[in-house]
Design a binder for this molecule. Structure first.
Ligand code: SF4
Length: 318
């Protein structure tokens, strides 16, 4: 299923035919069907997968040198409503099963066996730690030698900081990487951008991170005039330094949030420099897939809008 991912048991021709038939009856292979795929001029590829119940989720494959990172979804939609996120505006629909989560990697491999993902990040639709049981199992499938065999250090769980499940992730013996969506250096501003701040506050999340025995990445989307001032870089450095955290600075994806504007490049570079001047390791990421709808949730939102306008049209953009 995972190492030589067949599309149906019938294709598993190294098994005797009666066994294939029995397997087909007892364990029908759950498939995700590709409803749309877009490839950016920078090589980024985005997939919209249709699930058995008609729901749709997204994954994005980001090639960079020898690395191919697949960004996968853990829920259909998301309940957390971060203001800069297209998925948040969609609301929550349902949790994905472990098979549907790991299945995104399986289906990407099936489309192009040569482009097997080397890295997996839980940064697509949904908050992975609000679907902990399925994510817990999916992590095992992704990492286990009998599963996809992807090294734990190549698998990153990105979360806003759901405290009870953060502790459970920390208890797993494998060295899975953790990224925490911070996006603001103060609880006050974070509350404005991320409603979850009311439930799990910045000081509590930072306190929990001190218990995490591995290096943590702090994610910070730079939003023009909101969180990109140099004084805010100073504040952020005060949080990141004691943790020894890496700060990932992400340009706001245009179109991900209609009311917000990305910081301009000089401001982003100045913010990065300021963090580094405090001894904080910071990396300004490039925005990938700008000519496709590569921000999480964007492709589904756009296709649904198009289908509403022209329901007769089959909106396949492959
Ligand atoms: S950024 Fe993540 S947690 Fe926030 S609304 Fe979007 S999917 Fe949910």
């Amino acid at each position: 299923m995972w190492q030589r991912p067949v599309g149906s048991w019938e294709e598993a021709t190294d098994l005797p035919a009666p066994l294939r038939a029995q397997l087909g009856d007892a364990f029908p292979l759950a498939r995700l069907t590709c409803d749309a795929a877009q490839r950016s001029s920078d090589g980024t590829e985005k997939f919209l997968w249709k699930l058995a119940d008609g729901e749709a989720i997204e994954s994005v494959l980001i090639p960079e040198k020898t690395r191919r990172t697949l960004c996968i979804s853990s829920q259909v939609g998301c309940a957390l409503g971060c203001v800069f996120c297209a998925t948040g505006r969609m609301g929550f629909r349902r949790n994905l099963s472990a098979g549907e989560i790991a299945g995104q990697v399986r289906e990407a491999m099936r489309r192009d066996p040569a482009a097997q993902p080397t890295n997996v990040v839980f940064m697509g639709m949904g908050e992975p730690l609000l679907n902990w049981d399925a994510v817990d199992t999916a992590l095992t499938i992704l990492n286990h030698p009998d599963g996809l065999g992807i090294g734990a250090r190549h698998i990153t769980v990105s979360t806003v900081g759901i405290l009870p499940h953060l502790a459970r992730l920390a208890q797993r013996p494998e060295q899975f990487r953790l990224a925490v969506s911070l996006h603001a250096p103060t609880a006050e501003l974070r509350r404005e951008l991320m409603p979850i701040e009311k439930k799990y506050s910045l000081p509590e999340v930072l306190q929990a991170l001190t218990q995490f025995r591995r290096r943590v990445t702090l994610e910070y989307v730079l939003i023009g005039g909101k969180n990109d001032a140099l004084a805010q870089a100073d504040e952020l450095a005060k949080l990141a330094r004691p943790l020894g955290a890496l700060v990932n600075l992400l340009p706001l994806h245009p179109g991900g949030a209609p009311d917000l504007t990305p910081s301009d490049r000089p401001r982003m570079l100045a913010f990065e420099r300021r963090l580094k001047s405090h001894g904080v390791e910071a990396v300004l990421r490039r925005s990938r897939g700008l000519d496709i709808s590569a921000a999480c949730g964007q492709l589904r939102v756009e296709l649904e809008a198009r289908r509403k306008v022209r329901p007769e049209e089959h909106a396949r953009v492959e």
